[in-house]
Ligand binder design. Structure first.
Ligand code: UDP
Ligand code: MG
Length: 162
């Protein structure tokens, strides 16, 4: 394995491109910017969230006045969740995101450049805010894939391949 491969807490985060970016046809540009910033994309997919899933993902916000609108917005089209790897991934990716409100985000950040400056809900991309959140959010979107990878590794070990 190359030296660039980091493992364990602190080096992985969950990013998710929001539906309005997909509608604008800009997911490719956002992905390029993430790679240009030195993140390795370990896995990504396109998902149509349902209400229950979006409510679970954003459950810490359930008492907030914007919760219903947030959930509806996240279900309005495909989202692109991905697991990113970099040294200090959570913090580094929050820097690349910029402030929550696109109008307050610094130039050159993803939220400034791809978010809607008049609508904080459409701030282009989500990023985990702690290692614990990254763990939970990666499990939410990629639990099946992780389980499958574990089974493949176990089988490979049994058969002496690993
Ligand atoms: N949000 C919203 N209205 C608000 C604040 C937040 O619609 O007044 C949405 C916005 O899409 C944000 C998400 O809720 O990304 C989660 O809010 P949080 O404060 O956790 O911001 P983040 O961690 O995404 O920067
Ligand atoms: Mg947050």
């Amino acid at each position: 394995m190359s030296q660039e491969v980091f493992q364990g807490p602190g080096h992985l985060t969950l990013a998710m491109i929001k539906p309005h970016v997909y509608r604008a046809g800009k997911i490719g540009q956002v992905i390029s910017r993430i790679e240009d910033a030195g993140f390795k994309i370990l896995i990504l997919k396109s998902v149509q969230l349902r209400k229950e899933g979006a409510e679970y993902f954003y459950e810490e916000h359930k008492e907030k006045p914007y919760f219903k609108n947030l959930v509806g917005t996240m279900c309005s089209g495909p989202v692109i969740p991905m697991v990113l790897m970099k040294h200090g991934a959570v913090e580094e990716f929050r820097k690349l995101l910029g402030a929550t409100h696109p109008a307050e985000a610094a130039e050159g950040t993803l939220r400034h450049d791809f978010g809607e400056h008049t609508n904080v809900t459409n701030n282009a991309v989500h990023g985990s805010d702690s290692n614990a959140a990254a763990h939970r959010e990666i499990g939410f979107f990629f639990g099946r894939e992780l389980k499958l990878a574990e089974r493949v590794n176990a089988l490979d070990k049994q058969q002496g391949i690993l």
